[in-house]
Design a protein. Structure first.
Lengths: 388, 433
């Protein structure tokens, strides 16, 4: 496959709101099960160790016509819960044997209860992630949450998940995260070779593909794109942040790039880079997953910063290590976590004299002109500023 | 007004005067805390650990009550706009913006006294992620110590031992040591037990008061009136003997009204007569509170039960603070607040209220800027209608943002809703005949 073919394949997966990839995976062997999860983070290793396919559900994008889902939400609630309900109500998620709703915000939390009522008979778990990062406290609670998930999945599959199964899955995901890190590092180094509109699609493929296959796909992409030399532009290097849940339409990512920005880091598919390094294979697997979460994971608006000094450090590191020149805050409209976090991060950037701009979007935003204009002005000002 | 009638009016509302005094005194205590060598804590209503904070002699601030009081005094609109001008999104919770706007305006509290910087922000909250961001924002501004108490959500509709253990452990290992360090006061568990004993008495009386609404006519309004009744319990007074006295006075007053066959007291005097009995879900609007309430009593509507009056503790299904197991009981308290219940539990609770309080219907007041309550309320509406066969209606407003209170719209909706109840009732009677 050449790079275009890889991207085409990812695009096909991204556009397929019927989740045929999941269905195909399920029919390939008898008794296979798939479990959906919503943003931002769940330990997919446990689902994988149960022999099941973890499936990332990131709303309906801009191609889905939301009719029934709208009847459940007022105009002042973000779009992802309504399009996710639409997916469910139109039978598109029937291929899932369960859904995980991680603790990220009140909307997803409430959706977990709605799912229990509206999709009776399906496994639903609200997956509570700790906001206390001591091993003996938050860690213990988190291990308990994971244990519950483990035993729930054992019941669904009818077979036990051994520690060895878990270790194997951790190792599979360690490899997947490694590939994602390579992809991010490559893009930061040569953003003209790996445009974010492509990188995004490659990552999104990880929502529906088994991790082993996804890892190979990332590496195919890296290998193939390197073969094709593409023009390098004098674009502004930016970190995009705030898009960790409801996703912007692909057109928006393209517009930012067309406006003269190279996205050198982002939080679109945070789950895939959430754990910052390899999870230990030596310890008890659930404890190893817990430690990785508590001590070595990404920061985001839904996660508590223990000290004032911690706020914004992750973003500053992203800016610094990726050699970014500015930050774009792109948040879904009505997204409380992202929009409440934003002024704090902006204050920190301002103190460091790092330029930023901010806008809101919805997953079905159609009008790109204002965003393209804003991103263009921002890119121009960065270039002027750095030339001065 | 003659002196005699004035005296009568005062006597009639003893509990209201008591409460007003308590609130004003608390604001004054907070305002003068630093001058008198006391430390100041700030915390939230749902899951507030008042008894624990008292063990460390803190003067206790509750930013939500500040926002609410500023809303009632029509000051919040400008505060919100100031916060928006300062870079806060128009999309986010207006309670937060009212608080930040108050800070921007020099931190003058609702009673006109300057509010001191809190010495500690106790991030103990249940059922709303915004709280976490709120205190992070305040911390960024004030640079004060923050301590987190993460309360897990009842995602499965129950509290499992690991959840309780997690909360207790945080209390022991994080919260109490931090409060000791900031206050310089050593924790004394017997002191905590003592406060809890007071809490239990007040809790009994509060439940007694709220449950009088099962009577016909109801002597109280379980929403507009109840927000006053829950005031001391949900804020800086639970565990204080004064609050115990308040609730015992209140209960006597309410029971007296019940015996006399009277309806609730409204700002315009006695309720004109109960025609519709409602259950209400969702917080009220504060900026136009009286106009809002009037739209109900003018039409003869009484709210017999509400979920909002359970945000700072669901006491009517049996929970009481337990002095024998103080920390576990604090954990259970936090875990059990209304906002920490999952959707099936919330719907069950509302259906139970509809039944036990013989309500004619459910009204949802959806708050524009409150995801915690609003996301999913339309499903609550459908489910409750389906399960009870009673009509439900939906109105929209905001807690403290006057821009989102459209009196004409709400009034129209309410009037047609009451018509609908009447028609349904007529139809039911016709069938029965
Ligand atoms: S977009 Fe924001 S508010 Fe909406 S569900 Fe996601 S995190 Fe929650
Ligand atoms: S979102 Fe709602 S519950 Fe949360 S702080 Fe705001 S008003 Fe309160």
């Amino acid at each position: 496959m050449n790079v275009n073919q890889v991207v085409k394949r990812c695009e096909g997966l991204y556009e397929d709101l019927d989740f045929n990839a999941v269905k195909q995976w399920k029919v390939a062997a008898p008794g296979r099960k798939a479990i959906g999860y919503m943003p931002i983070y769940v330990p997919r290793e446990i689902v994988h160790a149960a022999g099941m396919l973890p499936v990332g559900i990131f709303g309906g994008g801009d191609q889905l016509e939301v009719i029934q889902g709208d009847a459940y939400y007022q105009s002042y609630i973000c779009r992802i819960p309504r399009s996710t309900l639409e997916l469910g109500l139109t039978g598109r998620l029937d291929c899932l044997d369960g859904m995980l709703f991680p603790s990220i915000c009140d909307v997803i939390r409430n959706l977990s209860g709605m799912w229990q009522i509206m999709f009776k008979g399906k496994y639903v778990k609200y997956f509570d992630l700790p906001q206390n990062y001591d091993d003996a406290t938050g860690g213990q609670f988190y291990v308990h949450e994971m244990r519950t998930l483990r035993s729930d999945l054992e019941k669904i599959s009818g077979k036990a998940i051994s520690d060895q199964d878990l270790r194997k899955s951790i190792s599979v995901y360690n490899e997947n995260r490694k590939a994602v890190r390579e992809l991010y590092a490559y893009r930061a180094q040569k953003p003209w070779q790996a445009p974010t509109s492509e990188v995004y699609l490659v990552l999104r493929a990880g929502c529906v593909l088994p991790p082993e296959e996804h890892t190979a796909l990332i590496r195919d992409y890296l290998r193939e794109t390197e073969k094709q030399s593409r023009p390098k532009r004098d674009n502004a290097r930016i970190v995009l942040t705030g898009s960790f849940c409801e996703q912007p339409p692909l057109g928006l990512i393209k517009s930012i790039e067309m406006a003269g920005c190279y996205v050198v880091d982002d939080d679109f598919q945070l789950i895939q880079s959430w754990l910052l390094d390899d999870v230990s294979l030596e310890e008890n697997p659930l404890e190893a997953l817990s430690k990785a979460f508590l001590h070595r994971s990404a920061s985001t608006a839904s996660k508590y910063d223990v000290k004032k000094e911690d706020k914004g450090q992750f973003l500053l590191r992203q800016v610094k290590t990726r050699g970014a020149e500015g930050v774009i805050f792109a948040a879904a409209s009505f997204c409380d976590p992202a929009l409440l976090e934003r002024p704090m991060l902006q204050e920190i950037l301002a103190r460091q004299k790092i330029p930023y701009t901010a806008f809101k979007y919805a997953e079905n935003t159609g009008q790109m002109a204002p965003i393209r204009e804003q991103a263009g002005t921002f890119a121009d000002s960065i270039k002027l500023w750095s030339a001065a | 007004m003659s002196t005699a009638t004035a005296k009568k009016a005062v006597l009639k509302e003893d509990s209201m005067w008591l409460q007003k005094e308590m609130i004003n005194r608390n604001y004054h205590e907070v305002a003068t805390a630093h001058a008198s060598g006391r430390k100041v804590s700030a915390t939230f209503v749902p899951g507030n650990l008042n008894e624990l904070l008292m063990c460390f002699d803190f003067a206790r601030r509750l930013p939500e009550t500040d926002a609410l009081q500023n809303g009632l005094r029509k000051k919040s609109g400008k505060m919100i706009m100031d916060a928006e001008r300062d870079g806060h999104s128009e999309d986010v919770c207006t309670y937060v913006k009212a608080d930040l706007g108050m800070m921007l305006q020099g931190d003058i509290g609702p009673t006109g006294e300057p509010m001191p910087k809190p010495d500690v922000l106790l991030l103990s909250y249940t059922g709303c992620f915004t709280f976490m961001k709120w205190f992070e924002l305040v911390r960024q501004k004030y640079d004060c110590e923050t301590v987190m108490l993460h309360v897990p959500y009842q995602g499965d509709g129950r509290v499992n031992p690991a959840m309780r253990e997690y909360v207790v452990k945080q209390l022991k290992d994080k919260v109490i040591p931090t409060l000791e360090r900031v206050s310089g006061v050593k924790f004394d568990i017997d002191r905590l037990r003592g406060y809890m004993k007071e809490s239990v008495k007040a809790e009994e009386d509060l439940v007694g008061v709220l449950q009088t609404a099962k009577q016909r006519p109801s002597p109280i309004d379980g929403y507009f009136g109840a927000v006053y009744y829950i005031g001391p319990m949900f804020t800086a007074f639970r565990g204080v003997p004064e609050a115990t006295r308040y609730y015992s006075v209140l209960r006597k007053e309410v029971e007296e009204r019940m015996r006399a066959g009277k309806g609730p007291v409204t700002p315009d005097g006695d309720h004109p007569g109960e025609k519709y009995r409602l259950v209400v879900e969702g917080p009220p609007n504060w900026t136009n509170f009286r106009d809002f309430w009037k739209m109900f009593y003018d039409e003869g509507a009484v709210v017999v039960a509400s979920t909002y009056s359970k945000v700072g503790g669901v006491y009517d299904f049996g929970f009481r603070h337990d002095p024998e197991h103080p920390l576990e009981s604090l954990a259970d308290y936090c875990l059990g607040c209304y906002t920490n219940l999952n959707f099936p539990q919330r719907i069950d609770m509302i259906c139970r209220y509809m039944d036990e309080y013989q309500a004619d219907g459910l009204l949802i007041n959806s708050i524009k800027s409150c995801n915690s309550f609003s996301a999913g309320q339309l499903l609550i509406l459908r489910e409750v209608e389906k399960r009870t066969g009673k009509p439900a209606a939906f109105i929209e407003s905001d807690l403290v943002d006057p821009r989102y209170f459209s009196a004409a719209n709400i009034k129209n909706r309410l009037e047609s809703y009451f018509q609908m109840i009447k028609q349904k009732r007529g139809a039911a009677q016709a069938v029965a005949a």
